[in-house]
Write a new protein. Structure first.
Length: 163
C-alpha cells in the first residue's frame, strides 16, 4: 500500500516542530537570535526579519518538494504553526505560571504583563520595550513568515515538477 504524499511532509514538519519546541533556546542561539543574526532586518520597533524567517523558507521548500500536490494543505500548516507560535508567546508573557511555561518553555518572563500591553506590542501600536521570543517580528513577522512559507512551498513544488 502506497502512502499519500502528504504523509512525508507531515512527518518532516512534525519532527521540525518537536525539535523547535524541545530545543528552542539552543536553536535560537544557533540561528543567532537577535544578537548574532547575520540577516536581521528591523521591521519596526517590535521585531525583525531574522534567520528564523529563512528557516521557514527552507523547511517549507523541502515540504513542497516532498509533496508538490498538496500546496494548500502545506500553506494551512504554515498558518497553523504561526497560530501556535502566537499562543506560545501569549502564554509566556501573560501566564508565566501556566503549564507551558513550567514544563516546556524555559524562557518565560519572570513577570506577567497585561493583555493590552501584549496586543499593543504585537500589533505594533505601542512600543512597550518587550522582547518577543516566538513572535519576534510581531504581526509583521508573522505575516512575513507565512509569505516565506508560501514562497518556499512553491519553490519546492517547482523543483519537484522539474525533476
Amino acid at each position: 500500500m502506497k502512502l499519500p504524499c502528504i504523509i512525508k511532509p507531515l512527518v518532516f514538519l512534525l519532527l521540525i516542530a518537536l525539535s523547535i519546541l524541545l530545543f528552542a533556546k539552543n536553536l535560537d542561539s544557533l540561528f543567532g537570535g537577535h544578537n548574532k543574526c547575520f540577516i536581521c532586518t528591523k521591521l519596526n520597533y517590535n521585531g525583525y526579519l531574522t534567520n528564523w524567517t529563512v528557516s521557514h523558507f527552507v523547511v517549507f521548500a523541502i515540504s513542497g518538494y516532498l509533496c508538490p500536490k498538496n500546496v494548500y494543505t502545506l500553506i494551512a500548516i504554515g498558518i497553523l504553526w504561526e497560530i501556535i507560535e502566537l499562543i506560545l508567546e501569549y502564554n509566556s508573557k501573560i501566564n508565566n505560571q501556566g503549564l507551558l511555561c513550567k514544563h516546556i518553555m524555559p524562557h518565560c518572563d519572570s513577570k506577567n504583563i497585561s493583555k493590552k500591553e501584549f496586543w499593543d506590542h504585537y500589533l505594533g501600536y505601542n512600543n512597550n520595550k518587550l522582547v518577543l521570543f516566538w513572535c519576534s517580528g510581531g504581526l509583521n513577522g508573522t505575516i512575513s513568515d507565512i509569505i516565506f512559507d508560501i514562497l518556499g512551498i512553491y519553490l519546492g513544488r517547482y523543483l519537484a515538477i522539474q525533476r
